[in-house]
Ligand binder design. Structure first.
Ligand SMILES: C[S@@+](CC[C@H](N)C(=O)[O-])C[C@H]1O[C@@H](n2cnc3c(N)ncnc32)[C@H](O)[C@@H]1O
Length: 170
């Protein structure tokens, strides 16, 4: 998502391929991946909204949601980024599979989390990746706005398939 914030900081260049008035999803996905690969080293420093920005409340809300939900068991974290939420998930989870296509983001997370054997890093694009097992919880934050409209339904199908166990969902 290109917000006013991104434009203000000059952090996004629009090079999408537009066909018949629609952004071609493959191009959008690649652009997003490249964008976050470049941003990874400064992401934590520059992604925090100013205190008077309405977005500043979002982080607190996610944290409160996690504290109340207490995501236990094996958690799949989509678009895990620099590991900000991975660290909080680990307060409840037995394991976290941290999926992100940007190796630079995983590197930041490794520095933040150290060698924690409960974290499994998967370098993958969620739109082409297939769940390799079932999970107790699927978590993502600051991500849904990146899902192209045309892939929205299939994205949720993938989330459901990651949660599905023989005999039903848990
Ligand atoms: C706005 S950041 C959010 C990171 C983290 N969830 C957080 O809240 O700090 C978006 C993340 O989505 C990742 N991402 C971009 N395209 C992706 C894709 N196709 N599949 C999975 N993750 C993707 C980026 O590398 C980046 O880490």
């Amino acid at each position: 998502m290109v917000t006013e914030w991104h434009r203000r900081h000059g952090l996004f260049s629009c090079r999408y391929v537009v066909l018949n008035g629609f952004v071609e999803p493959e191009s959008l996905i690649q652009e997003q991946i490249e964008y976050y690969r470049r941003r990874a080293p400064e992401y934590d420093r520059t992604s925090s909204p100013a205190p008077d920005d309405p977005l500043a409340l979002t982080g607190t809300e996610i944290q409160q949601g996690l504290d109340s939900f207490k995501p236990s068991g094996d958690v799949l974290e989509i678009a895990s980024g620099t590991g900000t939420w991975t660290r909080l998930l680990l307060q409840h989870a037995s394991s976290v599979t941290a999926l992100d296509p940007a190796p630079e983001m995983h590197q930041e997370a490794r520095w933040k989390l150290g060698d924690d054997e409960r974290v499994r890093y998967i370098e993958a694009n969620i739109f082409t990746w297939e769940p390799d097992r079932s999970y107790d919880v699927v978590f993502f934050a600051n991500w849904l706005s990146h899902v192209p409209r045309t892939l929205f339904d299939s994205f949720w199908t993938k989330v459901a398939s990651a949660l599905f166990r023989m005999g039903g969902c848990s």
